[in-house]
Ligand binder design. Sequence first.
Ligand code: MG
Ligand code: MG
Length: 259
Amino acid sequence: MIKPKTEEEIELLRENAIIVSKTLAEVGKAVAPGVTTKELNRVAETFIRDNGAIPSFLGFEGFPAAICASVNDTVVHGFPSDYVLKEGDIVTADIGTLYKGYNGDSAYTFPVGEVDAKTRKLLDVTKASLYKGIEAAVAGARTGDIGYAVQSYVESFGFSVVRELEGHGIGREMHEQPGVPNFGRPGRGTHLVDGVVICIEPMVNAGSRAVYLARNGWAVRTSDHSNAAHYELTVVVRKGRAEQLSTFDFIEKDPTINF
Ligand code: MG
Ligand code: MG
């Protein structure tokens, strides 16, 4: 059983979640063919600091940047670099903040210009699987219910779920208990009670679920080099329906952002 957060803690987590959500939208505004992933990092870091927060990924276990920028077959933990985005790419921005002693953490995969039909489907299915997971994150459920909801949805489209990485609790630490796998069996795993705050973050491959760690020791890439998508939101487990702390509304209600 995981200890729930107090309502005061949840409000601080909400403040972080809003900053992260807005930062993702700032990154989304900058995504375009011809832009480097380093530039996305610069945009995000500037916005986070301008809002009085700290980019929590920078220096985390030695991570060298404010955001993870993972292109195409990189699932997660890509380093922002001089790579120039081109039409048809996808890029995941995964962003964390530290503000008033608490953490924020959310991610979104953006298309760069027009992407092919299979990639478009990968983005749509991965994001929808996140909402399936959120629907399952209710008081009385267990983490396996979330994992099952994500996995069964994703696999029904012929895509595959990465199993080596998972969602997590969040609070004063970026990664707290419980682990929230994106696969599993209903009725198994950690019990969820009202007030537990978790990040749900499906990582989905267009091809096989196999991944490998790149030589830099960070980037996780698909073994078959198929594209991978990753969406993450922070939610509070509640009775009946989870409460979202972070949101994609700043992205999806902005007509200038390609999503
Ligand atoms: Mg994240
Ligand atoms: Mg996370």
